[in-house]
Design a protein. Structure first.
Length: 318
């Protein structure tokens, strides 16, 4: 049985050697399995590609695909899926936050035949800032309430899958990819393997707050049309809010014998109502703009990634 390990890399020169050393150690303990290591260099600007090439020169199990620029982790994962040939396929980060030591347990669970994939989830977030943890938990709650696809809190991209599940993932060729949502959408039976958070062995995370927010909103907009219903509810709210100034003017006119002396108060209420409606309109246009932008990205039909260098024969380019 062959196991393909997909490793997306972006500026990981500081952690690659430690990761590869641990990976080879674990795989040597699983001698009954054949391994292939697929390193995807996502346009790194450091020595990541050079280090991967050194691995490939000394280990025939190592193959690499280097992009012409940074296309993002989702594109790197997709390239790995398209170019893997194992009976089992796993995705894991090179920063050691996805411990290779979990692989034997994951394979054992998958071999039982009861599950199609074994996915990992962090049950603790030690070493992570409280603000980041707060927004991560917030995202899972919002995503699960706004979409029909469910994501387990603390879910990682690190998972081991059977070939049938990988083929299903490859068949979903949309450009705006959100793999955690795709895993849930295609179905299949998944076992969730909990583990404590592991800090990076070296370097720093490539995901800043801005990128995480963008990625979160991409996930929600990719798997839910409920945000499109928000303008409808805002319209009802605006209609209700607009009644307040009208009711006040009628009340003021009656109580003051139809002499509108409090012009400034009335004008303020009207101004507030106008600004409120304007803000809701702009917000609604923004939501529509997000969906239109995604449609625009899909219809252009550009490839998910462009391969600059590789040592794989017949590499799949999509």
């Amino acid at each position: 049985m062959k196991i393909s390990l997909i490793v997306p890399c972006y500026n990981e020169e500081a952690s690659l050697c430690a990761f590869y050393s641990e990976l080879t150690k674990v795989s040597s303990e699983m001698g009954e399995y054949e391994f292939e290591y697929i390193f995807i260099d996502d346009g790194s600007k450091d020595k990541t590609l050079s280090i991967i090439k050194d691995f490939a020169n000394s280990d025939k199990r190592v193959s690499y695909i280097s992009f012409s620029k940074n296309f993002g982790k989702e594109a790197a994962m997709y390239a790995g899926f398209c170019n893997s040939c194992g009976d089992y396929v796993a995705v894991m980060d090179a920063d050691m936050q996805d411990p290779p030591s979990l692989l034997p347990k994951m394979v054992e669970i998958l071999n039982s035949g009861e599950y199609d994939s074994v996915a990992t989830r962090r049950v603790t977030r030690h070493g992570e800032s409280k603000i980041r943890s707060f927004f991560a938990n917030w995202f899972y709650r919002v995503f699960n309430h706004t979409t029909d696809v469910k994501i387990v809190s603390g879910a990682r991209d690190f998972r081991l899958m059977k070939r049938e599940m990988v083929d299903a993932i490859i068949s979903m060729c949309e450009k705006n990819r959100f793999s955690k949502g795709i895993y849930g959408w295609i179905g299949f039976k998944t076992y969730w393997l909990p583990f404590d958070n592991v800090e990076r062995v070296a370097g720093k995370s490539k995901w800043n707050v801005k990128k995480l927010f963008r990625y979160s909103f991409d996930g929600i907009f990719s798997f839910s049309n409920r945000p499109l219903k928000i303008p409808f509810y805002l319209a009802i709210l605006c209609a209700c809010a607009s009644i307040a100034p009208l009711a006040y003017m009628i009340y003021h006119a009656i109580t003051h014998c139809f002499l509108m002396s409090s012009t400034s108060i009335t004008s303020s209420l009207i101004l507030f109502a106008v600004l409120l409606v304007g803000a809701f309109c702009l917000f609604s246009i923004g939501i529509l703009g997000e969906y239109i932008a995604k449609i625009y990205g899909e219809v252009k039909g550009r490839p998910h990634y462009i391969v600059a260098q590789t040592n794989k024969k017949d590499v799949v380019k999509k």
